[in-house]
Design a protein around this ligand. Structure first.
Ligand SMILES: [Zn+2]
Length: 264
């Protein structure tokens, strides 16, 4: 038996009659898969700790076989489950969980990941769904895996001359200066206006998603900058993950529905 490990649930899927297969991210083990036996029949050992938006101490048992652990019990440390009642907040939290699961390798613990996720949850409680907080989260997570996109100098030649004509190229690792841009091709390459770059740089100076959320109210940035920054970061994330993210499609649907709704 290992000592209880602080962590969160990234995903839970029914397994057989009464079990749950959960993907956790824990302080000591990083991303692990574990079977919670009987969790669908009895809530006694797990209570709400198998839901999303909960920070808990998990008792992992021994590994029954392969890379799947047994999960013995869970004890709530703190919960943000009220976020589940707001569709957009819940969607942002779901994206964060999917991103952690997709970007981080199994059983490779990184100490900054749990505080990063809970900072995003705190921000959702305090500020509601925030584009800047989500961008800060993406940048920080890419930093953890050593894939933070270049924003200060051309990722190809290192030139800091990022004037008009600069593009964002996920495959080459971030911003690409105008002279190097001729070599950037493919559907993921997009123009990166200086204003969008300034917005992304402003986000990257904030220490946490919760702190970056203040940029939502900064009037020097427009909705065009925010949308263009989102498209660049999402292109980078999808390029790193290698497939589309389901939670992103859901966020896009929510956004489209909100735009169709009549304005009061
Ligand atoms: Zn260059």
């Amino acid at each position: 038996m290992t000592p209880a490990d602080l962590g969160i649930v990234l995903r839970a899927t029914p397994l057989r009659e009464s079990d749950l297969l959960v993907v956790l991210y824990t302080e000591t083990h990083g991303r692990v898969s574990a079977v919670a036996r009987g969790a669908r029949k009895s809530q006694r050992r797990f209570a709400v700790t198998l839901s999303s938006l909960v920070l808990a101490r998990y008792q992992l048992g021994r590994r029954p076989r392969g890379d799947v652990w047994g999960l013995e019990s869970g004890e709530v440390v703190r919960e943000w489950t009220q976020l589940a009642f707001d569709m957009a907040s819940h969607a942002h939290a779901g994206y964060a969980a999917e991103l952690v699961g997709a970007l981080l390798p199994a059983e490779s613990p990184e100490p900054t990941v749990l505080p990063l996720v809970t900072s995003l949850w705190d921000s959702l409680v305090t500020n509601g769904p925030s584009p800047a907080a989500l961008r800060a989260f993406e940048l920080a997570l890419m930093d953890v895996i050593g894939q933070r996109p270049a924003l200060d100098a051309c990722a190809a030649c290192g030139s800091p001359e990022l004037v008009r004509g600069t593009v964002f190229d996920p495959a080459r690792g971030g911003v690409i200066c105008k002279p190097c841009a001729a070599m950037s091709r493919g559907p993921a390459v997009r123009p990166l206006p200086p204003e969008t770059l300034a917005y992304l740089r402003a986000i990257s100076t904030h220490p946490s998603p919760e702190s970056a959320a203040t940029l939502d109210r900064d009037e020097q940035f427009t909705s065009v900058d925010r949308a263009s920054a989102r498209d660049a970061m999402v292109a980078m994330v999808v390029a790193l993950v290698g497939h589309p993210l389901r939670s992103l499609e859901y966020i896009a649907k929510l956004g489209a529905a909100a735009r169709r709704a009549p304005h009061p």
